[in-house]
Design a protein around this ligand. Structure first.
Ligand SMILES: C[S@@+](CC[C@H](N)C(=O)[O-])C[C@H]1O[C@@H](n2cnc3c(N)ncnc32)[C@H](O)[C@@H]1O
Length: 263
C-alpha cells in the first residue's frame, strides 16, 4: 500500500504547465480542452483524448483533480463504504471490477475502502500503460479490452474472478462507456453484489440522449438493480469554473440485465 501511495504522489508531483482556454463555458464536457507545455511547445489536448492525456505522466491528476477539483472517486468510495458498513459487510470481502479504470485513481480508492481483490478494465491501451507506470500493483489484474467482446482468455478470467462489486466512475455516456458495455460488466457481477457508479445528472433526466436514463430506470422497475443510496454532487469544475453535477449511485444487483432492457 505504501508503494502505491508513493507512486501516486510521484505522478502528482510532476511539474506540468497547463492552461485552460478562455471561453464563455457554453460547450459540453466532451469538447473541453487544455493547453500543455510539452518539450517547449504548447499543445492543445481534448479532455476526452484519454490516450493523449495518459501519455503525459501526472497530467490526468493535475488537470482533473488539482485544477478542476474532481471529487468523483472520493464520493463513490465514501458512499460505498457507508452502505456496506450499514449492511455489516466486511470491506475485505469485496471483489471489484473497475470499469473504465483509467490510470487507477478509482482502484486506489477501492483499496482505501478495503477491497481485497481488484480487477480493472479499460478500452484505451494508454490507460493500461499509465496504470503500470503510475500505480503498479493497485490492480490484481488489468485488462485493456472491450468488455462487450473480450478475447476468450480475458472472458474466462473475468468469469472466474468471483466478482461481487462493480465500480464505474466518470466514464458513462458521451463517447465513453455505452449502455451495452455497462450491461456486460454488470452481468459479470454475482447476484446480490454491489454496483457503485457515477453519471452526469443530465444522463438520468428526461433530456437524456445517452440511453442511461431509460436503462437505469428499467433496471429499477424490473428489479434488476435496487438503489440503496445516491448522492447528487459536484463532480468537478468545467474550464470556465462552473460546477458539473453528477449522481453517485450505490445499489445491489438482483439479477443480470436482460438484453431487451438495452435502449
Ligand atoms: C474520465 S476517465 C475516468 C477514469 C477513472 N474511472 C477515474 O475516475 O479516474 C474515462 C475512462 O473510460 C474509459 N472508457 C471509455 N470508453 C470505454 C469503454 N467502452 N469501455 C471501457 N472503458 C472505456 C476511457 O479510456 C477512460 O479511461
Amino acid at each position: 500500500m505504501e508503494s502505491q501511495e508513493s507512486f501516486s504522489d510521484a505522478a502528482r508531483s510532476v511539474r506540468l504547465d497547463v492552461r485552460l482556454p478562455r471561453h464563455n463555458g457554453d460547450f459540453d464536457q466532451d469538447r473541453e480542452f487544455c493547453s500543455v507545455l510539452v518539450d517547449g511547445t504548447w499543445r492543445d489536448i481534448r479532455f476526452h483524448d484519454y490516450a493523449g492525456i495518459y501519455r503525459i505522466p501526472g497530467l490526468y491528476e493535475k488537470l482533473f483533480h488539482d485544477i478542476l477539483d474532481c471529487r468523483s472517486p472520493d464520493v463513490v468510495g465514501k458512499l460505498l463504504k457507508e452502505q456496506i458498513q450499514r449492511d455489516g459487510v466486511a470491506p475485505s470481502s469485496l471483489r471489484v471490477l473497475d470499469l473504465g479504470a483509467g490510470n487507477g485513481l478509482v482502484g486506489e480508492q477501492m483499496r482505501t475502502v478495503g477491497a481485497d481483490h481488484l480487477v480493472g478494465v479499460d478500452i484505451t491501451p494508454e490507460a493500461g500503460t499509465a496504470v503500470e507506470r503510475d500505480r503498479p500493483g493497485t490492480y490484481d489484474a488489468y485488462y485493456v479490452t472491450d468488455v462487450t467482446d473480450p478475447p476468450r482468455e480475458v472472458a474466462d478470467a473475468l468469469a472466474g474472478a468471483r466478482l461481487n462489486t462493480m465500480s464505474c466512475v466518470a466514464a458513462l455516456g458521451y463517447d465513453d462507456i455505452p449502455p451495452s458495455a455497462f450491461r456486460a460488466a454488470f452481468n459479470l457481477i454475482g447476484d446480490g453484489g454491489w454496483i457503485a457508479f457515477t453519471i452526469k445528472d443530465r444522463f438520468l433526466s428526461a433530456d437524456d440522449t445517452s440511453g442511461f436514463a431509460a436503462l437505469i430506470s428499467a433496471c429499477e422497475r424490473e428489479h434488476v438493480l435496487t438503489v440503496r443510496s445516491s448522492e447528487h454532487y459536484r463532480h468537478r469544475l468545467d474550464v470556465a469554473g462552473n460546477p458539473l453535477h453528477y449522481v453517485a449511485i450505490v445499489g445491489t444487483k438482483e439479477r443480470d440485465i436482460p438484453i431487451d432492457l438495452l435502449p
